[in-house]
Design a protein around this ligand. Structure first.
Ligand SMILES: [Zn+2]
Length: 131
């Protein structure tokens, strides 16, 4: 992954600060520690970027989680129904179980994608950012 450093792909898949990509935005790197899946640091300790740029900022990640979830579900459908030839009911059951199991990953990926819409590598936000 190191060769991707500086790209949004790197920040999205590693959950690192979108501006300096030096450290994780989350208090724990393991998304499956359910009590702290969405616990984020207030600021980056390297570049002091404030992650939550306005109140309820990460509610917008909800809009991102839908297409991200669809990608996971579509992949399971492709694998189960089209490749392995399972019935539609079996495929559906597998997708439901899969959606529960990948929920922490979908939540974090959505937040990472959402914050990367607004922040760019090497370009901290100006104005309210330093308050
Ligand atoms: Zn940073």
């Amino acid at each position: 992954m190191k060769f991707l450093k500086g790209t949004k792909i790197y920040s999205i898949f590693t959950g690192t600060c979108p501006v300096c990509q030096s450290e994780s935005m989350y208090t724990t790197t393991n998304p499956y520690k359910i009590s702290s899946t969405l616990k984020m640091k207030e600021r980056c300790s390297h570049c002091h970027t404030k992650y939550k740029i306005e109140p309820s900022f990460f509610y917008g990640a909800m809009y991102v989680s839908y297409p991200v979830g669809l990608i996971f579900a579509g992949f399971a459908f492709f694998l189960c129904y089209l490749i392995f030839g399972l019935s539609l009911m079996a495929t559906y059951a597998i997708i439901v179980v899969e959606m529960v199991l990948v929920l922490p990953i979908v939540l974090r990926l959505s937040r990472n994608i959402w914050i990367n819409f607004f922040m760019h590598y090497g370009h901290p936000l100006k104005g309210k950012q330093r308050t």
